[in-house]
Ligand binder design. Structure first.
Ligand code: GLU
Length: 464
């Protein structure tokens, strides 16, 4: 019998949505969409001290921004405590979990004695019920933890969707604490109850969880719950070969949104970190879903490549229609306190500059000159707006004032000025660029100028 495909992403709301989690979310989402299944968002907020509502909001916003739509959720673990406690009670009754009354001090003593004997430290199972074993009196005033009664013999084996077969001997595994003294159940336990209740068929997650999987499989088995298939995705390494981390640059999805990346570009780029479809580098969301069947996931770590992301984003910027770009650029300009209308004129500005921009921030850098007076640098003024050009600049101003405002009229005014003063195009064009645009290099000057209001150009030409 084949199970309906149901995948999930289960971020802990202790910070923004990390790029690594976003990539796992993307794989889980694409896998569910490919097989016509369902994708669930679960918020793992049992670490009460570190979880915040602000982080939840950021995670939801990042999922929305990336277009990773989910069919269920967000489901919050803290709202499921009753269910976890009910399962714990069942397990205690069934003998697959037990209360342990060891104090932290006792546990330290156990570990110290083991170290002294040169043994690997582990819980010595002193509260674990066994036939014929007497457990001693329950100490007064000690709040117990609940431990899972892990099998002591045999192996746990699973065929990892990414890493292939993995086997761990049960002797390597302690009796895991599933409820802490404060009554809050722990990650490895909640995750199993959730994946079971949510009927999750495939678990994709970061490979830092490989060591948790044997416990989880044992708990699934103890509950008689069907096992999902597991796929552990290797980490993403930063440009410097170390694990991508906050200390080494931007790792949140939000930071990339702010830095002017497009969600489709981000999705395209992230999907190629640890997965491939032949040599394809640029593809749509639909193509990704069409291709993503869980094969061709890489066993080795992926390498973050900022230059490649930039290249992918530049491609998407070129492909994006001007009205959409105008709205994105307006949002970037707003961050700089420049309020602009999203209209046809802003769209034309985007059209003129988008081919030379890798991000909407770069596009906003260009378009700022249309809304804010740009102060040319002293070097540019000295190099390009030399005194002998001033008569020509005056002529140009007069001709532009009389011109039929548009590319053609501007071009004619420039040509007539060049002829009248026996100048070459670059001499005049550079000076005009520096004065009007605040920089010496721009696309074709007539195309750049026509998007300004004529009065603005005239007044900036006088700024010498
Ligand atoms: N909350 C865990 C994490 O953020 C989820 C692990 C899992 O997917 O099972 O790493």
């Amino acid at each position: 019998m084949t199970r309906k495909v149901r995948t999930r992403i289960a971020p802990s709301p202790t910070g923004f949505l990390h790029l690594g989690t976003a990539r796992t979310a993307l794989f889980s989402w694409a896998y569910a969409r490919h097989f016509g299944g369902e994708f669930v968002l679960r918020i793992e907020d049992t670490d009460v001290a570190r979880s915040t509502q602000d982080a939840v909001e950021q995670i939801l916003a990042s999922m929305r921004w990336l277009g990773l739509d989910y069919d269920e959720g967000p489901v919050y673990q803290m709202q499921r405590l009753e269910r976890y406690h009910a399962v714990v009670a069942q397990m205690i009754d069934a003998g697959s979990a037990y209360r342990c009354y060891c104090t932290p001090h006792e546990l330290d003593e156990i570990r110290e004695a083991q170290r002294a004997r040169g043994e690997k430290t582990h819980y010595d199972r002193r509260w674990r019920p066994e036939p014929g074993k007497s457990l001693g009196a329950v100490p007064v005033g000690v709040q117990p933890v609940v431990r899972f009664r892990n099998p002591v013999d045999g192996d746990v084996t699973w065929d990892d969707l990414v890493k292939g077969p993995i086997t761990i001997n049960n002797r390597e595994i302690d009796d895991l604490i599933i409820v802490r003294t404060d009554g809050v159940p722990t990650y490895n336990f909640c995750v199993v109850v959730d994946d079971w209740d949510m009927n999750i068929s495939h678990v994709f997650r970061g490979d830092e969880h490989v060591n948790n999987t044997p416990w989880q499989i044992n708990i699934f088995n103890a509950l008689g719950a069907p096992l999902p298939l597991f796929g552990h995705v290797p980490v993403i390494l930063g440009d410097d070969g170390h694990k991508l981390s906050k200390r080494r640059g931007a790792v949140s999805v939000t930071a990339y949104e702010e830095a002017g990346y497009l969600p489709d570009a981000m999705l395209n780029y992230l999907s190629r970190l640890g997965w491939s479809h032949g040599d394809e580098e640029l593809f749509s969301r639909e193509q990704l879903v069409h291709w993503f069947d869980g094969q061709h996931l890489s066993k080795s770590p992926a390498q973050w490549d900022a230059a490649k992301l930039s290249w992918v984003n530049a491609h998407y910027i070129k492909q994006t229609d001007d009205v959409t770009l105008a709205a994105l650029v307006a949002a970037q300009l707003k961050r700089r306190d420049i309020q602009v209308e999203v209209n046809d004129s802003l769209g034309r500005m985007c059209a003129l500059f988008k081919d030379r921009c890798a991000t909407t921030v770069e596009l906003a850098d260009w378009l700022t000159m249309y809304f804010v007076e740009m102060k040319p640098s002293a070097e540019d003024l000295a190099a390009h707006v030399r005194d002998e050009l001033r008569p020509a600049l005056l002529t140009l101003g007069e001709k532009l004032a009389a011109a039929d405002w548009g590319k053609l009229g501007i071009s004619v005014a420039i040509k007539e000025t060049l002829a009248a003063h026996a100048l070459k195009m670059p001499q005049l064009a550079h000076a005009v660029r520096v004065l009007v645009c605040g920089r010496a290099q721009t696309p074709s000057i007539d195309a750049v100028l026509e998007l300004f209001n004529c009065q603005t150009v005239l007044s900036r030409l006088q700024n010498t």
